[in-house]
Design a protein around this ligand. Structure first.
Ligand SMILES: Nc1nc2c(ncn2[C@@H]2O[C@H](COP(=O)(O)OP(=O)(O)O)[C@@H](O)[C@H]2O)c(=O)[nH]1
Ligand SMILES: Nc1ncnc2c1ncn2[C@@H]1O[C@H](COP(=O)(O)OP(=O)(O)O)[C@@H](O)[C@H]1O
Length: 189
């Protein structure tokens, strides 16, 4: 049987990477992480091929021309992110479920493409203030980049009603448990 697609979207800093990583570490659900391509710079500790495939602008343009993407978006001005066919299609054919950490527009597009084969999860922050504290606490972005992400958060939150399930990430353990339950129900694990 073909694997299913699990989409996880949220404004930056809501905790989607943290939640996905917890579930991957637990290893109870058969799902592989789809490593996206991006032309943004790696953050300290991010590994090529693990967090992202880090491409130059030219390499990203070439990947678009070669039709290598399921979808891609310019998430921030000049910063492109895309889901690679090579990360999704073979694994699904082999029966594995695939989890995508993608922005709100990409999430809605992928849900439209895959229909019932995809579960679209939206992670919400308890408040915009909490989001600011988390982005500052993560310490990976400049003050300008934090402002840019917060400025976009409200617009991104307006996409939540298009998703199948909304999960508030206030208490992390509860958010992980809620996400796990929703995914297990969907994949029948
Ligand atoms: N459309 C799309 N968005 C992606 C993809 N990969 C990552 N993103 C999104 O790009 C945004 C920025 O990601 P990142 O630079 O890692 O910052 P973070 O969200 O603050 O951790 C997030 O909303 C990601 O979910 C992708 O393949 N396609
Ligand atoms: N429930 C939570 N309570 C407090 N801090 C959290 C919670 N969930 C995640 N965080 C922290 O918030 C920051 C942003 O989380 P991250 O997973 O990087 O977000 P995203 O992938 O959505 O951008 C990280 O430093 C993370 O440790």
């Amino acid at each position: 049987m073909e694997g299913k697609i699990i989409i996880v979207s949220a404004p930056s800093g809501c905790g989607k990477s943290t939640i996905i990583n917890r579930l991957l570490q637990k290893g109870e659900i058969d799902m592989k992480f789809s490593v996206s391509a991006t032309n943004r710079q790696p953050r300290e500790g991010e590994v090529h091929g693990v967090s992202y495939w880090f491409l130059t602008d030219e390499e990203f343009r070439q990947a678009i021309a070669d039709d290598n993407f399921v979808e891609y978006e310019e998430v921030y001005p000049g910063r492109f992110y895309g889901t690679l066919k090579s990360e999704v299609e073979r694994r699904c054919r082999e029966g594995h479920n695939v989890v995508l950490d993608i922005d709100v527009k990409g999430g809605v597009n992928v849900k439209r493409m895959y229909g019932e084969r995809a579960l679209a999860l939206f992670i919400e922050p308890p408040s915009i203030d909490a989001l600011r504290v988390r982005l500052e606490g993560r310490g990976t972005e400049s003050p300008e980049a934090i402002s840019q992400r917060l400025g976009k958060a409200e617009y991104e939150l307006s996409f939540a009603p298009s998703y199948d399930i909304r999960i508030v990430n206030d208490d992390l353990d509860k958010a992980v448990a809620d996400t796990e339950k929703a995914i297990k129900q969907f994949v029948g694990a």
